[in-house]
Design a protein around this ligand. Structure first.
Ligand SMILES: C[S@@+](CC[C@H](N)C(=O)[O-])C[C@H]1O[C@@H](n2cnc3c(N)ncnc32)[C@H](O)[C@@H]1O
Length: 281
């Protein structure tokens, strides 16, 4: 049965505030353009699919009944999985972490693959709330290497984690390349695509892990979008303004929007980037 988006059915939430607070602080989040995303999202769909989930701001705004969330980053997927299955345990670990520089660097050094899923989730939530600008960056060996930021943002409460856990109950989680998550799509589903892109400023090492989306992957993504359009899947794509994209997605509606981005991760040097929103419904 088609799922009406909850923000439309229950009245709009505040412009930049998603209906439910995303658990992760995430530099590339779409919070600043949420009003626009909400405005163009289809009023009803079968399942919601987000293959580049990150903090999944649109998912936590639309609160779909049935969904698929995917990300290549195993820490992101392990976090959602642990919250869904063991919110109380994640909460216990999270509240046991002192908000200190020592705790931050001790946690940063831990190898996540040696932790339990709940510890892994607590570690990522804490690191992202405390790191410099909420940037997820790794070294060449895939090790998280972002320094401590200027302050510790509030951690999610037990109630927040339980609400998110309930929301995630009917959400399938996929750890892998976007094509695997998109492979789940059927007629009537709604896919939101928000791949990372380089804005031409210096390389920041974000999403630098093996297999992360790069410029050459755009053609692969466009081919999949064309194929899914034929199968009547609704797709909304965020990307940097890109002439080739507008040509290749002929027949789609393309809107240009202005997004404020920090330059090289520094909050004091912000600039406005041009992004597009392209959709086929
Ligand atoms: C711009 S962020 C998405 C932000 C999200 N819309 C939000 O609101 O927080 C892009 C995400 O894509 C993930 N990613 C990078 N390459 C990927 C790939 N090839 N397949 C799937 N996910 C990928 C990154 O780990 C990152 O979480």
């Amino acid at each position: 049965m088609a799922h009406p988006t909850k923000n439309l059915a229950e009245g709009p939430s505040s412009p930049l505030q998603p209906s439910m607070d995303p658990i992760l602080r995430w530099a590339g989040s779409k919070r600043k353009v949420l009003t626009t995303l909400r405005g163009v999202s289809p009023p009803s769909f079968e399942r919601y699919i987000e293959p580049f989930a990150g903090s999944a701001v649109l998912y936590f705004d639309l609160l779909p009944d049935v969904a698929v969330l995917g990300d290549l980053n195993p820490e992101v997927v392990a976090t959602y999985s642990a919250i869904r299955d063991s919110a109380k345990e994640v909460c216990d670990y999270l509240s046991s972490i002192p908000k200190t520089k020592e705790a931050y660097y001790t946690l940063r050094e831990l190898k996540p693959e040696l932790l339990t899923e709940s510890q892994r989730a607590a570690r990522l939530i804490f690191l992202m709330k405390a790191c410099f600008n909420g940037v997820y960056r790794t070294n060449r060996n895939g090790k998280f290497n972002v320094p401590l930021g200027s302050h510790f943002y509030a951690l999610p409460s037990a109630e927040d984690l339980i609400s998110v856990s309930n929301q995630l109950k009917n959400t399938k989680l996929v750890c892998g390349d976007f094509a695997t998550t998109i492979g789940e799509a059927r007629e009537g589903d709604f896919i939101y695509l928000d791949p990372p892109y380089s804005d031409g400023t210096r390389f920041r090492g974000e999403y630098s892990y093996k297999g992360a989306f790069q410029a050459p992957d755009l053609q692969r993504l466009i081919s999949i979008c064309r194929e899914l359009t034929k199968r009547r899947v609704k797709i909304l794509l965020s990307f940097k303004e890109h002439e080739e994209l507008s040509i290749n997605l002929s027949g789609w509606t393309v809107k240009k929007i202005a997004v404020t981005r920090s330059v090289a991760g520094f909050t004091h040097s912000r600039r406005t980037a041009r992004e597009i929103l392209a959709y086929n419904f």
